[in-house]
Design a protein around this ligand. Structure first.
Ligand code: FPP
Length: 244
């Protein structure tokens, strides 16, 4: 494997299955608009797609699936849309409490959760308490009120406030990110034709492979995931090194 210099970089399995896949679930609004539906219907369809794709990733043996559910910038949307997305998250977490053992996917919520409703925060705590007891190889991370820059500032502050902190290195700072202890994403997927990072996993995706598709997120299927993984497998990951 290339990039032997740094322990900080978590290598994927070369041309194998990505250990960690991250997705910007984009295109829900356009999907709804095309059908003459309110944007919130697009998010509901997007949440369904997430359920399906998370199960598929579990079946494939992917270890981490991280999705961008609500960014630090999404508060700028209408109160109706914000409340619809929060409602979908609530519904999903309530369902997870009932079905987690059957689904066998561990769930974590990453982001600054302080502005979320006490009800949602309590649900998150309950889900995360159950997942401690699950024996599963798959973890789904829902990024909520998440911003990559915000995460880095939060990590620096947490490092500074920690009386036991070590010398400031890349590895040390990684311990204070929301993704502490997880491998970096190998593959970042953005559907809907947009080709930008939008403040998602800025630190962690330093060496990720990117896959873009015009498919809108609610239309994203297992076949699209297969195509993304196939593209990933054909890439030559060098981590800034040269091919041996
Ligand atoms: C981006 O599409 C999508 C979002 C900002 C929200 C994504 C949230 C969900 C799919 C629901 C979350 C719930 C669970 C259970 C994961 P967009 O609205 O920006 O689409 P557009 O670019 O077409 O307008």
């Amino acid at each position: 494997m290339a990039g032997t210099g740094s322990k900080q970089i978590t290598a994927g399995q070369g041309n194998g299955l990505p250990r960690h896949i991250a997705i910007i679930m984009d295109g829900n609004g356009r999907w709804a608009q095309k059908r003459g539906l309110p944007r919130t219907a697009g998010h509901a369809a997007g949440a369904e797609t997430f359920r399906r794709i998370a199960s598929y990733c579990r079946d494939l043996g992917v270890e981490y699936l991280t999705v961008y559910a609500f960014s630090t910038e999404n508060w700028k949307r209408s109160a109706e849309e914000v409340s619809a997305i929060m409602g979908l998250l609530k519904k999903y977490l309530e369902e997870a409490i009932r079905k987690m053992r059957r689904e066998n996917v561990r769930i974590r919520v990453l982001g600054d959760l302080t502005p979320l409703s006490p009800e949602l925060r309590e649900l998150i705590a309950r889900v995360e308490a159950i997942d401690e007891t699950l024996e599963t190889h798959t973890q789904a991370n829902l990024c909520v009120n998440y911003g990559g820059r915000d995460e880095i500032v939060h990590a620096v502050r947490a490092w500074q406030a920690d009386p036991c902190h070590g010398e400031l290195t890349e590895e040390e700072l990684s311990r204070y990110l929301y993704t502490a202890g997880m491998p970096d994403p190998d593959l970042v997927i953005r559907p809907s034709g947009e080709e930008r990072i939008s403040n998602f996993l800025l630190w962690q995706s330093a060496y990720a492979e990117f896959y873009f598709t015009d498919t809108l997120w609610p239309d994203f299927t297992e076949k699209d995931m297969d195509a993304a993984i196939a593209a990933y497998r054909s890439r030559d990951r060098r981590y800034g090194g040269v091919k041996k």
